[in-house]
Design a protein around this ligand. Structure first.
Ligand SMILES: Nc1ncnc2c1ncn2[C@@H]1O[C@H](COP(=O)(O)OP(=O)(O)OP(=O)(O)O)[C@@H](O)[C@H]1O
Ligand SMILES: [Mg+2]
Length: 397
């Protein structure tokens, strides 16, 4: 079983490449689903599959051929499917404030809701072993990062806040309700969250297991796009995901000779060279700009051939986890692959058995092995590859 995320800046070609990869994998005999996580879906359009509700299609999924399905996650549907009681509680809260008739559309805007719904489907498919390969056509980088950070955030919430809230509501709820008009959630609300969490259990390790999940960053040979790709590279590493390829899309082909594009071609060559240099740890695949937009299966197949040739996209092109714990001379070291990071933007706090790493607006709770929970950090060093944190040595004797 493989999960492959295609992500990158808006408009770089994520959906088209994810769809083309689906076609290639299906041809190679893998049972494949391409799932769109972007609320502004365009996956169905990429396949031009409006009228093509084939045999095995259901309300959620469209079957493209014997081995290929696509799914655009419908968050309202997912909320109703998975989250009845939470939905009812939120609705009852909102209704009391005079905002009647609020429905799933409004609840969908609660932060993280979309990502949780997507994770629920993915974990369900993983548990049922329903597909050989799950391809995720991600939203632009920022939202994709929120998606991959949700499992750890949720786990943190469940461990630190949820239990407390649940017992408080049980004990103090009836009293509060007598003196205020705010409804206190019944225990089935909490049970529902617990059930939901149980359904998500394990997704965290699936996403950070480099043998299962890898990320492919799609980029274009332009300054701002390459810059964002560098940031994305670092942030995905921060959340423990393995990046196993970078795809440079929309390269002007050699045969374009019009003078108008000469400058463009030079600029692109400059940034292709830069990208080869920045991302030299992983394979870099290139795709030319086609003569027309790529819509429908024949175009997607052509793109897949240009992109992969003899490469099997289900393979792993790196299986290096971004976090490595090593023991050298009695002392532990945590190496975090965080390229392109500068000293000024990182903040580190060790709190019991976790290391809290903050870079820019992104925070990650890194769970430390038990043997390190009572050890102090003795240093942190920033290298070209990333961050190396050392912990105090074992007590001797
Ligand atoms: N190599 C290419 N040659 C020609 N057209 C391309 C190429 N790659 C992508 N396109 C076209 O560019 C447009 C945008 O591509 P796509 O929707 O895949 O980008 P995206 O990264 O998914 O965008 P968004 O961030 O909006 O989800 C589409 O019309 C697609 O057909
Ligand atoms: Mg897209």
């Amino acid at each position: 079983m493989r999960i492959i995320l295609y992500t990158g800046k808006g408009g770089v070609g994520k959906t088209t490449i994810a769809a083309a990869t689906g076609i290639k994998l299906a041809e190679l005999g893998y049972k494949t689903i391409v799932i769109s996580l972007d609320a502004a879906h365009s996956l169905r359009d990429a396949f031009d599959s409006e009228e093509k509700l084939v045999r095995g299609s259901t309300e959620k999924q469209t079957q493209i051929n014997d081995n290929l399905w696509i799914q655009e996650i419908n968050i309202q549907e997912a909320i109703v499917e998975y989250w009845d009681d939470v939905y009812n509680y939120i609705r009852s809260l909102l209704n009391r404030s005079g905002l009647e008739n609020l429905v799933a559309e409004e609840i969908a805007v609660f932060p993280g809701m979309e990502e949780i719904c997507a994770l629920l489907y993915i974990n369900q498919y993983v548990r049922e072993n329903a597909y050989d390969v799950i391809i995720l056509d991600c939203a632009p980088t920022g939202e994709s990062l929120r998606f991959v950070s949700i499992p750890t955030t949720l786990e943190w919430y469940m461990n630190h806040i949820f239990k407390l809230e649940r017992s408080l509501a049980k004990i103090a709820g009836p009293v509060i309700e007598r003196v205020s008009s705010v409804p206190i959630p019944r225990d089935n609300y909490f049970q529902n969250i617990q059930d939901l969490f149980d359904k998500l259990e394990g997704i965290d390790s699936v996403l950070t297991d480099a043998k299962i999940t890898t990320v492919r960053l799609v980029t274009n040979p332009e300054k701002i796009v390459i810059k964002e790709t560098q940031r994305a590279f670092m942030y995905f590493c921060l959340y423990g995901l393995c990046i196993d390829a970078v795809i440079i899309n929309r390269i002007f082909p050699e045969e374009v000779e019009a003078e108008y594009f000469e400058f463009w071609k030079q600029t692109q060559q400059h940034y292709i060279k830069a990208a080869n240099n920045y991302f030299s740890d992983v394979p870099i695949w290139r795709v030319n700009l086609f003569a027309d937009e790529i819509v429908g299966e024949p175009g997607l197949r052509q793109l897949a051939d240009a992109l992969y040739a003899d490469i099997n996209p289900a393979s792993q092109f790196s299986d290096e986890s971004p976090y490595q714990f090593q023991k050298t001379e009695g002392a532990y070291q945590l190496s975090m692959r965080l390229p392109f990071l500068s000293k000024e933007e990182i903040e580190l706090v060790k709190h019991g058995d976790e290391l809290i790493v903050t870079i820019g607006g992104f925070k990650q709770h890194v769970a430390l092995p038990r043997s390190l929970s009572n050890k102090k950090t003795t240093g942190a060093k920033l290298t070209k590859e990333g961050l190396v944190i050392t912990f105090e040595a074992e007590a001797r004797g």
